[in-house]
Design a protein around this ligand. Structure first.
Ligand code: SF4
Length: 135
């Protein structure tokens, strides 16, 4: 496990796909990098902010910006909104800068981490499959 390799603890949230379905429902017809994803970013970051506050951790961040497929300004907006609601601070940093994405790929390889070739939801998987079919 990666957290063990870094000597840190690991907190996981309950898997609640119905919350995601509800959050993106109005936008499910839209592609990746649209309102569908803005709602998804917020859902995840709101849960992270809530848990940070519960654990008395004053500051949190996300690895989302390391992906070139994510819209950094929208991640920051969602993080700051979530932080404000729970009285914690959001650390905004664009991890893809300074070759961050390339470094993340190399580090994943070194640590034996599997990288999936779609974002995470079944809609993004379908979109990725369609893109590959066209190539
Ligand atoms: S999992 Fe990824 S592609 Fe799917 S809604 Fe969330 S951010 Fe968008």
């Amino acid at each position: 496990m990666v957290s063990e390799q870094f000597g840190s603890g690991l907190e996981t949230a309950e898997y609640q796909p119905e919350r995601w379905e509800e959050a993106i429902d109005r936008f499910r017809h839209l592609p990746e990098r649209s309102e569908r994803c803005w709602a998804c970013y917020y859902l995840r970051l709101e849960e992270t902010a809530r848990r940070a506050a519960e654990l008395d951790i004053g500051r949190f961040t996300t690895t989302l910006p390391v992906s070139p497929h994510k819209v950094y300004s929208r991640v920051v907006e969602a993080g700051q909104r979530a932080a404000g609601i729970h009285g914690v601070e959001f650390h905004a940093e664009d991890f893809k800068k300074k070759n961050g994405f390339k470094i993340s790929v190399e580090r994943s390889r070194e640590l034996g981490i599997t990288r999936q070739n779609y974002c995470g939801c079944y809609l993004s998987r379908r979109e990725a499959d369609e893109r590959r079919k066209k190539i």
